[in-house]
Design a protein around this ligand. Structure first.
Ligand SMILES: Nc1ncnc2c1ncn2[C@@H]1O[C@H](COP(=O)(O)OP(=O)(O)O)[C@@H](O)[C@H]1O
Ligand SMILES: [Mg+2]
Length: 348
């Protein structure tokens, strides 16, 4: 577990002092991935670097597995926290095997144990050792360098991993496949991960929770459902709108219609806008375009994670006035309607 307790960082002295991180509190639970997101300069990298003490906090405490990082031996601390940066941060004049084996060698492992570990890690990140172990970083693509960077961070099997924009420098296709691989790897290795990104779509894809920073402060931490349905401030709402409602990224969850009302069967709330009727078990029983309109029984529903294209297709196919949207536990979050499904596609 990683815990930040009212952590602040001020660079420089008055009058030119910069409060890069301001009273930040949050936790990354064991086995959890938290993605730190925010615009450039919001304090993400500084927050990450204070965990492995590449920066020292001005005030506040950081605990890793309950131990204050300030009281730990710096070398031991750094070796217990895997660290991955953009482009892998590899040493250009060392081979892939030497880069990955660096920390085990500093730990004094015998050569054959290092070799075995390097091979195991290269297999893990899908780089066949017989082809890649002896190459130098310049003989690798950006995506391959990034994989080596991840393998190196895992060398001593740290329980915690810090990643700073690990996929930031890659083209969209490579980025997509490395994100897939990250999720696969994560489920296999069970690490506690704090990952910085400026891409909100990536943050929600990779993170169990997302922590949004703005001007050094933590604005909100939670899941995509939390951010969408319970935004902590108008800033969060606007951030979600401007970063997720573009043509490609929006999910059913992002496209809920605020006009749609959920009511128990038999009730008639009045007002305009589509209605979703629940049966006595709280399950969706019917939808209607308006209070007096015809009811469509047993309507199909959408998963909150369905892409916009899927929502549009289902609306066209069923010709329903609204589609119920369910979260992973089958709870009704709201409805997508033909109007809301087009949100963000046209400028008004
Ligand atoms: N070593 C430093 N000296 C002075 N100011 C810094 C230093 N590192 C970062 N800053 C400032 O702190 C703020 C937060 O930076 P950073 O944590 O890198 O943001 P992010 O990673 O979110 O882009 C910025 O205003 C940046 O200019
Ligand atoms: Mg940064």
């Amino acid at each position: 577990m990683i815990e930040l307790d009212r952590v602040s960082k001020v660079f420089g002295a008055p009058p030119g002092a910069v409060r890069a991180v301001d009273q930040v509190c949050f936790r990354v639970e064991d086995g959890e991935t938290v993605c730190l997101i925010g615009t450039s300069g919001s304090g993400k990298t500084t927050t990450l670097k204070m965990v492995n003490r590449l920066e020292e906090p001005t005030s506040g405490r950081i605990l890793v597995d309950g131990q204050d990082v300030q009281t730990q031996d710096l070398i031991r601390l750094r070796r217990s926290l895997g660290y991955v940066i953009q482009k892998g941060g590899l040493f250009p004049h060392r081979t892939v095997a030497q880069n990955i084996g660096l920390l085990p060698r500093l730990e004094g492992w015998p050569a054959d144990r290092i070799r075995a570990r390097v091979e195991e890690l290269l297999e893990l990140v899908s780089l066949p050792p017989e082809r890649f172990a002896k190459r130098h970083p310049h003989e690798l693509s950006g995506g391959q360098q990034q994989r080596v960077g991840v393998a190196r961070a895992l060398a001593l099997d740290p329980s915690h991993i810090l990643m700073d924009e690990p996929f930031g420098a890659l083209d969209p296709l490579t980025r997509d496949s490395l994100q897939e691989e990250f999720l696969r790897l994560k489920s296999r290795v069970g690490k506690t991960i704090l990952l910085v990104t400026h891409d909100l779509d990536e943050a929600f894809r990779l993170g169990d929770r997302v922590a949004l920073m703005h001007e050094g402060r933590l604005v909100q931490i939670g899941t995509r459902v939390d951010f969408r349905l319970r935004p902590a401030s108008p800033f969060v709402e606007e951030f979600m709108r401007s970063h997720l409602d573009g043509p490609g990224e929006a999910l059913a969850l992002d496209l809920l219609d605020p006009q749609a009302q959920v009511v128990p069967m038999g009730e008639n709330p009045g007002g305009s806008g589509p209605l979703l009727f629940l049966d006595t078990n709280g399950l969706l029983e019917a939808v209607a375009a308006e209070a007096d309109g015809p009811r469509h029984e047993n309507p199909p529903t959408l998963a909150a994670s369905a892409r916009r294209a899927v929502a549009l297709e289902m609306l066209l196919e069923t010709r329903l006035p609204a589609l119920g949207v369910l979260d992973g536990q089958g709870r009704l979050l709201g409805a997508v309607t033909p109007t809301s499904a087009l949100r963000g596609l046209q400028k008004t």
